[in-house]
Design a protein around this ligand. Structure first.
Ligand SMILES: *[C@@H]1O[C@H](CO)[C@@H](O)[C@H](O)[C@H]1NC(C)=O
Ligand SMILES: *[C@@H]1O[C@H](CO)[C@@H](O)[C@H](O)[C@H]1NC(C)=O
Ligand SMILES: *[C@@H]1O[C@H](CO)[C@@H](O)[C@H](O)[C@H]1NC(C)=O
Ligand SMILES: *[C@@H]1O[C@H](CO)[C@@H](O)[C@H](O)[C@H]1NC(C)=O
Length: 356
């Protein structure tokens, strides 16, 4: 009997909670409730991680990014869901996002403006989705450093006219449909490029030269063939050695060497390779120079500010001292005057006595 009562009470409480959840959802986004795919209550959990606000919505069967999350979130994990597309509005209210994890969804369509409001985005994970296109604006985000795009359907066209302006350090593109190393123009910040498991058939030094800071390159599981009639293989190996790029797999240039006539040394790199590398290095140099100039200006500004502060404090001290002195003087004068008065009074008081 008691158990039945408790059960009934629980049901009522639960029902109330559900209704409240729906009401809140209905209030923030009426369209959400209409959509049958979306659970009426999102089970996203908030927490703090690395002193940032994190929301975890992973593995909830979501078919769209919830639109009623706190807008101040900085980390969003919505991986392992059933999200199919990212529209211009999907993420537009989460302007503070720095880390966005959307791996293992069904994302195929990403509208051109989907990431435009995410000014502070640093890391994006879109691994294991169905993307065959990417918004070009992604690589223009001013703080974007790491991009995970493994296991999608991206082809060479997606990277054709992308002018990278982000400080991109890490690009993971394994298991896509690339036929060559993505040509992103000079990206002086890029250090890690993973293009394993694609359909890349040729690699030349010209493909790698625009990435003048590259340190790690994974080309494994690609059907790469070197033209045995040229010195491509040895030249590539020489370039990798010269630039200190750790790459896999190691290419065995036996065929070329057996033919003879290839002496891979730095003087053998094509003019185009040297030019592309030079352009990338030039950007690095300019950035360093700008940084140095900026630091110099900051130093000068600090010095001036410090000097002005000292001057101000000094003047204040002098002013205070003068004021104190003046006050003292006045006090003294008042005291003197008082004394004089007293003396006068005393003498005045004494006088009649003397007269009598
Ligand atoms: C999305 O945003 C982009 C760029 O801001 C714009 O060109 C495009 O027309 C928008 N698409 C839709 C469907 O609103
Ligand atoms: C490149 O990606 C593949 C597949 O995700 C991974 O197994 C491999 O370790 C990565 N390579 C490097 C150098 O990180
Ligand atoms: C390179 O390949 C040849 C056969 O094509 C083989 O005999 C040789 O052992 C290989 N060398 C290395 C270092 O793998
Ligand atoms: C490469 O540049 C050098 C001098 O800078 C020039 O002499 C040579 O002809 C160029 N080679 C090609 C193939 O353009």
């Amino acid at each position: 009997m008691n158990a039945l009562l408790a059960n009934g009470l629980l049901t009522v409480v639960l029902a109330a909670a559900t209704m409240r959840g729906t009401a809140v959802l209905g209030f923030t986004g009426a369209t959400l409730v209409m959509d049958q795919d979306i659970p009426t209550r999102s089970h996203c959990k908030y927490s703090r991680a690395y002193s940032m606000i994190q929301v975890r919505c992973a593995n909830q069967g979501l078919s769209a990014i919830p639109s009623n999350l706190k807008t101040e979130i900085q980390i969003m994990d919505a991986s392992v869901n059933r999200v199919r597309s990212l529209t211009n509005d999907s993420l537009s209210s989460y302007t503070n996002l720095a880390y966005l994890y959307l791996g293992d969804n069904f994302i195929q369509e990403i509208q051109e403006g989907a990431f435009d409001n995410l000014r502070y985005l640093k890391v994006i994970d879109l691994s294991t989705n169905g993307c065959d296109t990417l918004p070009k604006s992604l690589f223009r985000l001013p703080y974007l450093q790491k991009v995970y795009l493994a296991n999608n359907r991206l082809g060479d066209d997606q990277f054709k006219d992308v002018a990278v302006r982000s400080p991109l350090i890490f690009l993971q593109l394994s298991e896509n449909k690339l036929g060559k190393i993505p040509q992103l123009g000079p990206v002086p910040t890029l250090m890690h490029l993973n293009v394993s498991g694609n359909n890349i058939v040729t690699v030349t030094t010209e493909d790698l030269a625009p990435y003048c800071s590259l340190k790690v390159l994974d080309l494994s599981r690609n059907p790469i063939k070197f033209d045995a009639g040229s010195c491509e293989c040895g030249t590539l190996n020489a370039w990798l050695r010269l630039r200190g790029i750790r790459s896999q797999p190691a290419y065995n240039c036996t065929e070329e060497q057996e033919r003879g006539g290839c002496s891979a040394s730095s003087s053998e790199f094509s003019n185009r390779t040297v030019e592309l590398y030079g352009r990338c290095s030039e950007i690095l140099r300019q950035q360093a120079a700008t940084e140095k100039a900026r630091n110099t200006w900051i130093l000068i500004a600090c010095c001036i500010a410090g000097f002005l502060l000292c001057l101000f404090v000094g003047l204040l001290c002098v002013h205070k001292r003068n004021k104190r002195r003046k006050k003292k003087l006045k006090e003294q004068q008042r005291l003197n005057a008082n004394n004089a008065n007293t003396e006068l009074l005393n003498s005045n008081l004494n006088q009649p006595e003397n007269n009598t």
